[in-house]
Design a protein around this ligand. Structure first.
Ligand SMILES: [Zn+2]
Length: 220
């Protein structure tokens, strides 16, 4: 809840998590130190696939360079430490938006157990907008999507999410995720939210891999 935290809370967080580069960890500047920032690229226009169930979408950066390093840290090593500055960067993208709740992209249970945390949930911490934790569920019997094409992913993900109408109906919802690749996962999630009568669904991600090989090995 960066915008509404008291000064002492902000100061305490700065002690626990001093400003640091999300890629190399150098103290002093976030989200990237100057050397790492030199490899960071903005997403090109239209770099998130057009998704029928998504009303608005944005990515902070193109996947690659220091951004890829930061994503790897977020997923595999330093999730909580890296998620806070990345979450703050995400918040700047939707400043002024009227949002009722955030929905972090759910992990399936097996992956959640293996990783110990959901990186999308970590990105959604400390926002003024509440997180609707029970709004969206992911079935856990789907095979891993790594290496699949968009069409294969869409078929795999059909019915993969269920939304809880009482947390969703009539609401303006922002889906949060770390990476969008083909957009099949986001489309399936947003479609479930719309089926439960969400009024508006936005998608905000840290990075997009669009313009790269969609078979790139990113574990979602
Ligand atoms: Zn750095």
């Amino acid at each position: 809840m960066t915008s509404s935290l008291g000064l002492w809370q902000r100061a305490a967080l700065d002690v626990l998590f001093p400003p640091a580069c999300v890629a190399c960890g150098a103290l002093g500047r976030e989200p990237f130190c100057p050397p790492c920032a030199s490899s960071v690229e903005s997403p090109s226009p239209g770099s998130i696939p057009s998704l029928p169930a998504v009303d608005w979408s944005a990515a902070l950066w193109a996947y690659g360079g220091a951004v890829a390093v930061a994503i790897a840290r977020l997923k595999y090593r330093d999730g909580v430490e890296v998620a806070r500055p990345l979450g703050r960067a995400l918040q700047t993208e939707v400043r002024g938006f009227k949002l009722d709740c955030l929905v972090p992209m759910p992990l399936n249970e097996a992956r959640l157990r293996a990783r110990g945390y959901n990186q999308a949930r970590e990105l959604a911490r400390d926002w003024a907008t509440p997180v609707a934790r029970a709004a969206l569920r992911r079935r856990d019997d789907r095979p891993n999507q790594v290496g699949q094409t968009m069409i294969e992913r869409q078929a795999n993900l059909c019915g993969a999410f269920t939304a809880e109408r009482r947390y969703v109906e009539g609401r303006r919802i922002l889906l949060i995720d770390d990476v969008v690749t083909t957009g099949a996962t986001a489309q399936a999630a947003a479609s479930a939210l719309k089926s439960a009568n969400a009024r508006w669904v936005g998608l905000l991600v840290v990075a997009t891999t669009c313009l790269r090989d969609p078979r790139i090995d990113i574990v979602v």
